[in-house]
Design a protein around this ligand. Structure first.
Ligand code: ADP
Length: 607
């Protein structure tokens, strides 16, 4: 993932607070009521905890020391009530916080998904999809954790601690000082561990995303893996990654748990000190034991919230690392928003004109140079050229996937840079050479062409695309599931479905990337026939690989290294025997126009 910052950045001072503020600002209002309720529950837990320490003195002094048995029912009743309240409140806060957390996760997943769809194609050409998915699923919980950690640590742990310290001070101020001596060394060791943890956490998130990414890529490319018998190499690579991930996870466990022995030892020291001092005082001053018991109870109970508070920052930082990655993604500006004042495009006949178009993906590496040609309305314009000549780039630019460096692309006289992208794309149907089917039924896959298409229109499109016969043969017809978990369709069948999708779209402009991979003859004929139907009466720009497409095209644009080197009809171009097209055509004993390459080479040796 090139774009998401990989360096192990230290949280800047105040960054945790800033991120929490941002999460709250973006979501807080919707959860206000629930947070208030959770806070009430958390405070109730804290109060009952303090109460159970405080009541200790009366239990010891009144019942056992002064033998005031009349108080027993009241004290017992109060204890039962306190524990009941504590139980209900603990349940309440846990359920409410979980609900808020799950809702936050769902909300951010949706937000990220919507955002990712807006990002430009350039983002995807540098991001690995597998790693991206893994990063998102791992990191979204960071957002949730930051809020719930903050809330529980303030409302439950801090309130408990303050209440318990108050109980201690009320019982015995001097003892309190002894007990609280463990504070400073605790803070020091926490700070030290935090620095270590930050690094391992970031490393671990990264190695895990590599791991999941590698798995996903292997699954996607499984046929290549098997064909090249890459299993052993990949397995060895995976073993390294997995071992590294395991090692990082162990480091995290060791570093973050290292706090436990430190706090336990400090707590032991504090409690032993208190007991020694209390025993000394009971022996020398004859004090009643109640306050000491209440004090020790408060001290023991204070230990848990204190320990959790000591780790708050560690946990917050860990979540911060995750939350930050999510925000880095969300903050990526979707490129090329609509120009200010962009209007919907009006497409009548759909004539497309390239006017001196220059374009580069990366600075200083121009891919297209001053490309000009007209794709006449209702006509077929075939683009031919060797691989890398810039044919796909032309097609991407018509859809305005990228902005031009200079020049214009006009549709019916309107510069597409000044119209809204959604209106532009609504007028275009695109058939890729790799027909992609999404999870869902055949019907849904065709309907992606136009969401409001009726079932009848979908079936008509399938018929025109020569897809109805094979659809009828599937078990559930149009309701048959396709995509990753669906039935397996042949390449030709997939192509016909994607042609049906384009027919349903019923757009005036058709962009077509002819498949290079050979289909069997029957399939090929059906696909070809379907394409001819969809091209009829539409302005078609086709990246042509088949001789018949080229020969029948109204205009042929021959591209070489990002330049238009020849244009005209087949008749025009065939005349000049030294021309690239004519040379190609001479060599064209076979079907694929990729032979343009060979044509050029042949030309070079001729010369
Ligand atoms: P063709 O379709 O004729 O094979 P392309 O339009 O795909 O050619 O590619 C033209 C040039 O642009 C090639 O040199 C290719 O490496 C480069 N190119 C294509 N897509 C990208 C991209 N997303 N980022 C950077 N360079 C690209």
């Amino acid at each position: 993932m090139a774009q998401v910052d990989k360096e192990q950045r230290k949280p800047e001072p105040g960054e945790i607070v800033a991120v929490i503020k941002r999460i709250l600002a973006e979501n807080g209002r919707d959860y206000m009521g629930q947070y208030a309720l959770a806070t009430v529950c958390l405070v109730a837990v804290a109060a009952t905890t303090a109460f159970s320490a405080w009541i200790m003195r009366d239990i010891i002094d009144e019942i056992f020391y002064r033998e005031n048995y009349g108080l027993v029912p009241y004290i017992c009743g109060a204890i039962v009530a306190a524990f009941a309240i504590r139980g209900v409140a603990s349940y309440g806060q846990a359920v409410i916080l979980a609900k808020i957390g799950n809702n936050l996760v769902a909300r951010y997943q949706q937000r990220l998904f919507d955002h990712l769809m807006k990002l430009g194609l350039d983002f995807y050409s540098s991001a690995r999809s597998g790693q991206l998915a893994a990063q998102i699923s791992q990191n979204v919980t960071g957002i949730r954790d930051m809020l719930s950690i903050t809330l529980t640590s303030i409302a439950r742990d801090a309130v408990s601690l303050i209440a318990l310290v108050a109980v201690m001070i009320m019982q015995d101020p001097l003892l309190s000082v002894i007990g609280l001596l463990i504070g400073p060394p605790l803070v020091y060791s926490v700070n030290y561990l935090m620095r270590r943890l930050r690094r391992v956490t970031r490393e671990s998130v990264e190695v895990n995303s590599h791991l999941f990414g590698a798995m996903q890529e292997t699954v996607q490319g499984i046929s290549i893996v098997k064909a090249f018998t890459m299993e052993e190499q990949l397995s060895a690579k995976m073993a390294d990654l997995a071992a590294y991930a395991e090692n990082r996870a162990n480091r995290i466990a060791r570093v973050s748990e290292r706090l436990t022995p430190i706090t336990e030892m400090l707590a032991g020291l504090a409690i032993a000190g208190v007991i020694a001092y209390a025993a000394y005082r009971a022996a020398s001053a004859g004090q009643s034991p109640g306050s000491v018991f209440a004090f020790i109870t408060a001290l023991l109970l204070a230990y848990d919230p204190a320990r959790r508070l000591a780790r708050v920052q560690v946990n917050l930082e860990r979540s911060l690392v995750n939350a930050r990655m999510i925000y880095e993604l969300l903050d990526m500006e979707p490129p090329q928003r609509d120009a200010p004042g962009a209007v919907p495009i009006e497409v009548g006949t759909g004539g497309v004109a390239f006017r001196d178009v220059s374009f580069s993906y990366a600075p200083d590496k121009p891919v297209l140079h001053d490309v000009s040609f007209d794709a006449g309305p209702g006509k077929v314009t075939a683009i031919v050229g060797s691989s890398g000549a810039g044919k796909s780039t032309l097609v991407a630019l018509v859809q305005r996937f990228y902005d031009l460096d200079s020049g214009r692309i006009e549709i019916d006289g309107q510069d597409i840079a000044h119209v809204t992208k959604s209106s532009l794309r609504a007028k275009i149907a695109y058939v890729s050479q790799h027909p992609y089917l999404f999870e869902g039924t055949i019907r849904e896959n065709i309907r992606y062409g136009r969401p409001d298409a009726s079932d009848a229109e979908i079936e008509e499109a399938a018929r025109l695309a020569n897809a109805d016969d094979f659809i009828a043969r599937t078990a559930f017809g149009y309701d048959t599931l396709v995509g990753e978990n669906g039935v397996t369709l042949s390449g030709g069948q997939r192509q016909r479905l994607s042609i049906a999708r384009a027919i349903v779209r019923n757009a005036p402009i058709l962009l077509l990337d002819e498949a290079t991979s050979a289909l069997d003859n029957e399939s090929e004929a059906k696909v070809q026939d379907a394409l001819e139907k969809v091209m009829k009466e539409r302005t078609t720009i086709v990246i042509a690989h088949r001789l018949s497409t080229v020969v029948n095209a109204d205009t042929i644009v021959v591209m070489e290294e990002g330049r238009v080197v020849e244009k005209g009809t087949h008749r025009d171009l065939i005349v000049d025997p030294a021309g690239l097209y004519a040379r190609f055509h001479r060599l064209q004993g076979e079907r694929s126009l990729e032979l343009v390459d060979d044509a050029r080479q042949a030309g070079e040796t001729d010369a």
